[in-house]
Design a binder for this molecule. Structure first.
Ligand code: ASP
Length: 364
């Protein structure tokens, strides 16, 4: 049934379909319905991921990402039509390990159109978990809206026993349709927890409790019966311009390790990297050979940002590395993959001098 209903790049109003699939299933009456208020309109944009995954016979736990359309994922969730008037479109059907500038630009185009035409009250994006934090942070830095934009995925494919996708999607719908979610930046919802785009990270390869915000904590909690935001002020992002078409400027991440020489940095420069993010050891450190090569790259006009492979904590300026003298910026609380996204956008906007780059990284 799910396969037969699969749609690509098409809009589908879900409510009727969902209702048809849910005959006989009890669903709670929403507060909005009880009070007679119109349901919020939410657009679901499917991109793929495990949430849309289907089992593959090659191994007991094997599956292929991005096989089920967002429309069919919604249609299979009892009671979700009581939360919002839902429509769904497919932007891509990929595992998020293949996420790329084209899909990002397509997402922005569609979301901006929905905002400009006042089509909806909220957006849900179904997405693989591998690079969800990068897409969330990218959107946060280019979308200028108070409308809730919520990314959701799952750790188990839709065909798994105990699939977490339906509950996550239900939660995401509750967040995206709620007025109290407005003005909180781009959000990530998994496992009953709401995270802010700046802080969220995937931290476990397989557990359903994989997303955490090590430096800030979650921004809220949601479940089938409640939605609670904590007091923390949301980060808003830099609000940078997007070029007319992809690709964004090339920024490479160099992973630091023991016994490291200059080769990786020099190779990145040879490949034409306009920026380099160091996934440094500790407080964004690296070997003398690598730091010297980064300093040489910076002298040639490559923008260098020191981040860390550690997974939490801020990278500080001028502690063991002479950032002022060498012309480096530091990523502060941004992990290497998010530092890369921000640096791509900054370079695309012509912001390349270390001082301005540093200021942009400090912008919450
Ligand atoms: N590889 C998958 C993806 O990111 C993993 C997931 O969605 O959990 O698309």
């Amino acid at each position: 049934m799910l396969h037969a209903l699969r749609s690509t790049h098409s809009t589908r109003t879900i409510v009727g379909l969902a209702a048809a699939l849910m005959i006989g299933l009890a669903s709670p009456v929403s507060a909005q319905q009880a009070s007679g208020t119109a349901l919020a309109k939410v657009l679901v944009l499917g991109t793929g991921g495990t949430i849309a995954g289907q089992a593959n016979a090659r191994a007991g736990n094997a599956y292929d990402s991005g096989k089920v359309s967002a429309a069919n994922l919604i249609a299979a969730i009892p009671g979700i039509d009581k939360l919002a008037q839902i429509s769904a479109e497919q932007i891509s059907s990929i595992g998020s390990q293949d996420m790329n500038d084209k899909v990002w630009f397509d997402l922005v185009k569609r979301i901006r159109a929905a905002i400009d035409n006042k089509e909806v009250d909220g957006i849900v994006i179904t997405h693989g978990t591998d690079t969800m934090e990068e897409t969330a942070f990218f959107l946060q830095n280019v979308l200028d809206t108070d409308m809730p934009v919520v990314l959701v995925g799952s750790m188990r494919p839709s065909t798994a026993i105990g699939a977490d996708g339906p509950a996550n999607l239900y939660d995401a719908m509750r967040v995206a349709s709620a007025p109290e979610s407005r003005g909180r930046g781009v959000l990530v919802v998994l496992n009953d927890t709401i995270h802010g785009a700046r802080w969220v990270q995937k931290t476990n390869t397989t557990s359903v409790q994989t997303f955490r915000s090590p430096d800030a904590g979650p921004v809220g909690y949601v479940d089938t019966g409640s939605l609670r935001f904590l007091a923390a002020a949301p980060a808003k992002g830099a609000k940078l311009k997007l070029p007319d078409a992809p690709p964004l400027p090339r920024v490479d991440i160099i992973y630091s390790h023991a016994n490291m020489d200059a080769a990786e940095v020099e190779d990145a420069v040879k490949r034409g990297a306009k920026g380099i993010v160091l996934a440094g050891v500790g407080d964004g450190n690296s070997s003398k050979g690598a730091i010297d090569a980064l300093a040489a790259a910076a002298k040639q006009g490559v923008v260098v940002v020191r981040s860390t492979r550690v997974g939490s904590g801020y990278v500080n300026r001028n502690v063991e590395v002479e950032d002022d003298k060498l012309g480096f910026a530091v990523s502060l609380d941004l992990n290497p993959q998010k530092a890369r996204v921000l640096l791509e956008l900054l370079i695309a906007n012509g912001i390349t001098d270390p001082k301005s780059v540093q200021q942009a990284f400090a912008q919450p």
